[in-house]
Design a protein around this ligand. Structure first.
Ligand code: F58
Length: 831
């Protein structure tokens, strides 16, 4: 990489006082027009909406720039410990409004744009959200970096700048069709490329031993090929506290040396092909959710971004000659699931091979620098890399892993002599079904702390996923319940409710969400309840407008709005939700219940299926089929409606969640690690119907059981039923309504009479039903009947909804971050 000189002559330094433009309307307009003219190169009269948006984004950046540069300089100067958040995904959502909110500029910008004859509402719609994540895990990372900046904790988020983020979902004849997400196409005003800080990353080749100058035997890696990682920096502004942290995302580029040699050989076509090959590494986000992809490109991505990130922190952020034995005083890396775990052998390689530290000392340092968060309970979601692949792509790393494992197993044998079964169970390298590296074991061995993401999950992690590890190292395991940022998901997403809350208790809640408790007495105030209902109504009209503009869709919102939005996965049980809807449909269609006796509802689904997850895609097709049948039946008009807007993403969530009355959190107990959508809904005043799973457990405990609709098997009951041998068809046989619902689908009632269309879905439920939807069906319908009864009393419902808001302060990601700091990181904020 080209490393330009960095130092600036002193006389110039004195001139370089970075000053934000004046934060008033005139100051803004001047800066905005300057950006439009000189940055974008157009006059106001000729500017397209995209020109205007880009100029606006750049103008807003200027207001944050001084603080950002200050934070970066401080990081170099002062010996403070930073958090290095290592995550393959950041599901950021739109940046403009977040920046305006953090910098308190919304008023000035609205007025300034109006002076130019422009509207902020139009410009904000121009932004393509960076969808650099799949779902909960990626969104959590985005919430966490927001909270750390707001808490003034120094943090660098490290990740990948995917050229294509999560696919854009469309429906063709009710089936999901994926389109590439071209989020960079119209310009990316929020990023700052820094090619001068590029990092080389190597792959493949072999290792060899040699005798060093000091006579010691050492190993070196002779790689076969390499790429360059170019960092792109993003601002992560704290909420009105003057702190701006950095998110650094890496983009892969071909090395000059690599293609020059081929160019010189005269083969232009091959040279360009080499470039494409290198740049493929950061081309696209893997859209798999819950089950990892064992593909080589995925391992390349993982190693690519952690190699760049470690070198960046150790040799760029810190001085080149920094005493690395003191590294743990300056950084703590958090491994967001196993995707970045290859960082562990990489750090060992840097310390032992490059910096020539003794192995034991390097291991001591490494163990102090890493902690690991697990986000799953599904065994198939635990990453295992085939030994052959890992050894071919990263031969030196494989050797290092092998040695870590050998030393670890020696330790296990010393503690439990003769227990070879235990040794096998715990080994980082498994023998069966093929030789593979169990990344969760490597992460656990190398980390100071291992945490789950909700109380129940952390307990199951200890007892069921990593039981041997928690037995030998009980103190290593801890819980940090997830949280969501109140800035994006309440203050920004729900301005009406925010206004009402602020009027009642002041605006301190935005950074201290526990303050919402002060709303509790107002749940008993009839006029407050009426205003709260008014807010819901306004949020529903906002949603209607959005869907009309976005999709040309007319959403009926008079009825209760019942929402299930999350990735499509069998364990989350969208099929159970469908069985409820089909049963209501059948009750009316068969005349068992008069339409007038049904509590009217609008059901909204939002869900992407992994492109290769066949059953999930069939379920999407079925949801759309049920929607079109239900919505075109005149007898159901004003009674039942099913909407499935395509391409659910962060932006849609921001309008959808504040409008919801009922939040569907219906995974099989013991399968959803935490959930975070559940928190967003409760915080926005929706009541939850949910199982005793993930963070639902804590939500219910906090909001009170009267304000939460619990149903379904408990986790130990699931385990028992499984052990007995679960027979889904027995539930079908013994519940007439369930039988009718499944028979209707099977008979083709939603597929134009064609019984084949959904036969696989029905057959899967009837004969396999891995996630026990049929076992929970009756309990679910009963709970839905309780929902109907409760909703009939609007005033009592509002009371419960307000109590949900008042009691959910715990679910702020600020609190999660404080927990990480206290239990895991031991870092301090900077003043
Ligand atoms: C999610 N995991 C959990 N994984 O399912 C959810 O319960 C939890 O609330 C959330 O993490 C945050 O802790 C999740 O989103 C992924 O998307 C991975 C992407 C890469 C492949 C494996 C799944």
């Amino acid at each position: 990489p080209v490393k330009g000189p960095r130092s600036v002559p002193t006389h110039e330094r004195a001139l370089e006082a970075v000053r934000a433009p004046a934060a008033d309307v005139d100051g803004f307009v001047r800066e905005f027009l300057r950006e439009l003219n000189f940055g974008q190169g157009v006059s106001l009269a000729r500017a397209t909406v995209n020109d205007q948006y880009l100029a606006l984004a750049r103008t807003v950046r200027h207001y944050l720039m001084a603080r950002w540069l200050e934070a970066i300089a401080h990081q170099r100067r002062e010996p403070v410990k930073a958090v290095g958040y290592l995550s393959a995904e950041y599901l950021l959502g739109r940046q403009l409004d977040n920046a305006l909110l953090a910098a308190d500029l919304e008023g000035v910008v609205t007025d300034g744009l109006a002076q130019c004859g422009l509207s902020l509402d139009t410009l904000r719609e121009q932004e393509e959200e960076p969808g650099l994540g799949n779902g909960g895990l990626g969104r959590l990372a985005a919430c966490f970096i927001d909270s750390l900046a707001t808490l003034s904790v120094p943090c660098i988020g490290y990740g990948i700048r995917y050229e294509y983020g999560i696919f854009r979902q469309t429906f063709v004849d009710g089936r999901q069709v994926e389109q590439p997400d071209t989020w960079l196409a119209l310009g990316s005003p929020w990023e700052f490329p820094h090619p001068e800080s590029s990092q080389p990353v190597n792959f493949a080749g072999h290792t060899e031993t040699f005798v060093d100058d000091d006579g010691s035997e050492r190993t070196r890696w002779v790689p076969e090929w390499g790429v360059i990682g170019v960092p792109y920096n993003y601002m992560v502004p704290g909420y009105r506290n003057g702190r701006v942290n950095t998110l650094r995302l890496w983009s892969a580029q071909a090395t000059k040396a690599f293609d020059l040699s081929i160019f010189n050989g005269g083969d232009y076509v091959d040279a360009v092909r080499a470039q494409t090959f290198a740049e493929n590494i950061s081309k696209v986000l893997y859209p798999e959710d819950s089950t990892p992809q064992g593909k080589e490109l995925r391992l390349q991505q993982q190693y690519f971004f952690v190699a760049c990130s470690l070198a960046d922190f150790m040799f760029e952020v810190l001085d080149k000659d920094f005493d690395l034995t003191r590294l743990p005083e300056r950084i703590v890396f958090q491994l967001n699931d196993t995707h970045p775990v290859i960082a562990v052998p990489e750090m060992m390689r840097l310390l032992v091979d490059v910096k020539k530290l003794p192995w034991d000392q390097a291991w001591e340092i490494t163990r102090q620098c890493f902690n690991y968060t697990c986000h799953t309970l599904l065994p198939e979601a635990l990453e295992v890399w085939p030994v052959d692949l890992l050894r071919r792509l990263l031969p030196r790393h494989y050797e290092i892993i092998d040695r870590i494992n050998a030393e670890f197993l020696a330790d296990v044998r010393a503690r439990f002599p003769g227990d070879e079964m235990m040794v096998r169970r715990m080994s980082i390298i498994s023998d069966y079904p093929e030789r593979g590296v169990r990344m969760a074991h490597l992460a656990t061995v190398a980390s100071g702390r291992v945490n789950g993401v909700a109380e129940l999950h952390s307990q199951l992690l200890r007892d069921k996923v990593l039981p041997d590890f928690s037995r030998i190292w009980p103190e290593k395991f801890t819980n940090v319940t997830n949280g969501v940022t109140p800035r994006r998901f309440l203050r920004h997403a729900n301005p009406s409710l925010s206004g009402l809350i602020t009027e009642a208790i002041g605006d301190g809640w935005v950074t201290d969400l526990d303050k919402l408790q002060e709303l509790e007495p107002l749940a008993g105030d009839a006029s407050f309840r009426a205003r709260f209902r008014e807010v819901k109504r306004a949020n529903k009209s906002r949603l209607v407008n959005l869907l009309r503009e976005r999709d040309g869709y007319e959403l009926p919102v008079e009825p209760m709005l019942d929402v299930m939005v999350k990735r499509l996965h069998e364990y989350k049980r969208q099929s159970l939700k469908l069985l409820h809807i089909v049963t209501l449909y059948d009750r009316i269609a068969s005349g068992r219940v008069a339409a007038s006796q049904i509590q009217p509802r609008t059901f909204v689904f939002g869900a992407k299926a992994a492109p290769g997850y066949w059953m999930a895609k069939e379920t999407i097709h079925l949801i759309n089929a049920v929607a079109s049948t239900v919505n075109s039946d005149p007898a159901l008009e004003g009674v039942l409606h099913v909407a499935f807007p395509a391409n659910y993403n962060v932006t849609l969530a921001e309008t959808l969640i504040p409008a919801a009355d009922l939040s569907e959190q219906i995974s099989l107990a013991g399968k959803e690690a935490s959930g975070t959508g559940n928190m967003k809904f409760a915080l926005n005043g929706a009541l939850t119907i949910g199982t005793d799973d993930g963070a639902n457990v804590e939500i219910r405990r906090l909001v009170g059981e009267d304000n939460f609709f619990l149903f379904g098997l408990l986790e130990p009951e699931v385990a028992d039923l499984s052990a007995q041998g679960y027979v889904p068809s027995s539930f079908y046989e013994s519940d007439d309504e369930l039988k009718r619902a499944l028979d209707l689908i099977a008979a083709g009632a939603f597929s134009g009479g064609n019984p084949d269309t959904f036969a696989p879905v029905v057959s899967n439920l009837l004969h396999e039903d891995r996630f026990m939807a049929l076992a929970d069906y009756r309990a679910y319908l009963d709970a839905q009947a309780r929902v109907d009864a409760a909703y009939a009393d609007q005033d009592a419902w509002s009371r419960s909804a307000i109590l949900n808001v008042a009691r959910c302060g715990f679910f702020s990601s600020d609190r999660s971050m404080r927990d990480y700091i206290d239990r895991i990181w031991h870092t301090d904020p900077v003043s």
